[in-house]
Design a protein around this ligand. Structure first.
Ligand code: PMP
Length: 453
């Protein structure tokens, strides 16, 4: 389509395009990947070199790139209409998708509010929860409980409920205040790397003390089962369920962010299922369209929905919406994405892959520069350290994680680390042989590091 000299593209990329989460000075000095096409779990760059997409294009690709069924869903819808507003009117795929999401979500989540990205899904949950109490006539509920090391996206509301100092610290004065509980993994991990149940109970007690002593809490906001962006920090089993029990006991709302974990990543469609939890709000994004188009959703209950009902003049409605809310193309491809889960038995076929991943992850413990290995379902993080005994990290400016990721590119594996945590978030459709190739390559790249340090 655009038959351009790769060198010209590289020049224009550096000249015009400001990339997200990227130090552009470094980017401009380095050689970067420019992708041109994809097929299944593979991507090709503008020079024709092939890579396994081992991070699912930032955790969203599910069934592979260029999937015929997903392509055709978009093309069929495109021949009808690409976009129509949902502010006070509707469209066919958005209705069908809302019904389908309610069917597969934890029981009790019956209403769908669309947006475009994970951060917005969280932003909407925060505003709805806050607004809920006002519509109920209850004043003074102004405070959210959040977790240290949380990540919910980059809009100002989502940053306010986040807890990663490096990303969020700069904006401190701009953010609304929250009460922070410690990160469950960092709080509960013992010296052997196990998450003790006593400690989980202790953390829940801390939460209970807050809930007991205050009547200004709007909601608790937390990720589901794992703090992914913090470097894949799993929750102890039972933590999410414990939080649900306490929020019910003290009449506080619970917002669960399944943006990263939803759509199979933890081995079930949503992690909430594994703990039998129905939150008041569940936020979805990323994998909802199989990694094709920006779409997100905030799911909530009849109880919340009904608090927004009233006569027009009462002005109780949710004054929030975006131009592309419930976009026709995005909803069509999301529906096809869910159909593929059923037709291709994606979750059934995923189980042996999760086992294989667990077995192969064990091998990383032997490596000189690996300080921790963490996994939840098909999500994994391998933490690199300078000194294993002392758990001493590499200096931030050395970009060790990136160096390892760049090494992997030599052998055709595309990774993006979180700091010095090597993240594996492979498309669910990846084959066992390809998983082994990714693991072998990553092990090799980490071992190569030993020669440099
Ligand atoms: N919540 C979680 C748990 C996430 O991991 C992310 C993104 N990594 C987001 C929200 C933000 O999603 P988006 O980038 O689509 O805004």
């Amino acid at each position: 389509m655009w038959d351009l000299d790769p060198k010209v593209l590289e020049k224009w990329d550096k000249e015009y395009f400001w990339h997200p989460f990227t130090q552009m000075k470094v980017y401009q000095e380095e050689e970067n990947l420019i992708f041109e096409r994809g097929e299944g779990v593979y991507l090709w760059d503008i020079y024709g070199k092939k890579y396994i997409d081992a991070i699912s294009s930032l955790w969203c690709n599910v069934h592979g790139h260029n999937h015929p069924k997903l392509n055709s869903a978009i093309m069929k819808q495109l021949c009808k209409v690409a976009h129509t507003t949902t502010l006070g009117s509707s469209n066919v795929p958005a209705i069908l998708l809302a019904k389908k999401l309610v069917e597969i979500a934890p029981d009790g989540l019956t209403k769908i509010f669309y947006s475009e990205d994970g951060a917005e899904a969280v932003e909407i949950a925060i505003k709805m929860a806050y607004h809920y109490w006002r519509n109920k006539g209850i004043e003074g509920k102004n405070v959210f409980i959040t977790l240290s090391e949380a990540y919910h996206g980059d809009t100002v509301g989502a940053v306010s409920v986040g807890g990663i100092e490096l990303f969020h610290g700069t904006y401190r004065d701009l953010l609304f205040k929250t009460i922070k509980l410690p990160s469950p993994y960092l709080y509960c991990k013992d010296v052997h790397g196990n998450l003790s149940s006593e400690c989980t109970a202790d953390l829940l007690m801390k939460l209970e003390e807050i809930l007991k002593s205050r009547d200004d809490i709007v909601a608790i906001v937390l990720e589901s089962g794992i703090q992914a962006a913090a470097g894949m920090l799993p929750f102890p089993k039972g933590f999410l369920k414990g939080v649900r029990e306490l929020t019910k006991k003290y009449g506080v709302l619970m917002i669960v962010d399944e943006v990263a974990t939803g759509f199979g990543r933890t081995g079930t469609m949503f992690y909430c299922e594994q703990e039998g939890v129905t939150p008041d709000f569940m936020c979805l994004g990323k994998g909802i369209t199989g990694g094709y188009l920006p779409l997100a959703a905030t799911l909530t209950t009849d109880k919340v929905f009904e608090a927004f009902l009233g006569e027009f003049g009462e002005a109780k409605h949710f004054y929030h919406g975006h131009t592309y809310t419930g976009n026709n193309l995005a909803c069509s491809v999301a529906l096809a994405n869910l159909e593929i889960f059923e037709e291709e038995k994606t979750l059934e076929k995923l189980q042996p892959k999760i086992k294989l991943l667990s077995q192969r992850l064990e091998e990383f413990w032997e490596l000189k520069h690996v300080g921790d290995v963490r996994q939840l379902g098909f999500m994994a993080g391998i933490e690199l350290v300078k000194d294993k005994g002392k758990k001493e990290p590499f200096p931030y400016g050395e970009r060790t994680g990136f160096k390892v990721a760049y090494k992997c590119r030599e052998k055709g594996v595309f990774l993006r680390p979180l700091g010095d945590v090597m993240v594996l978030m492979m498309p669910l459709v990846i084959e066992e042989e390809e998983i082994n190739y990714v693991i072998d390559t990553l092990k090799w790249a980490i071992t190569e590091l030993e020669k440099e340090v």
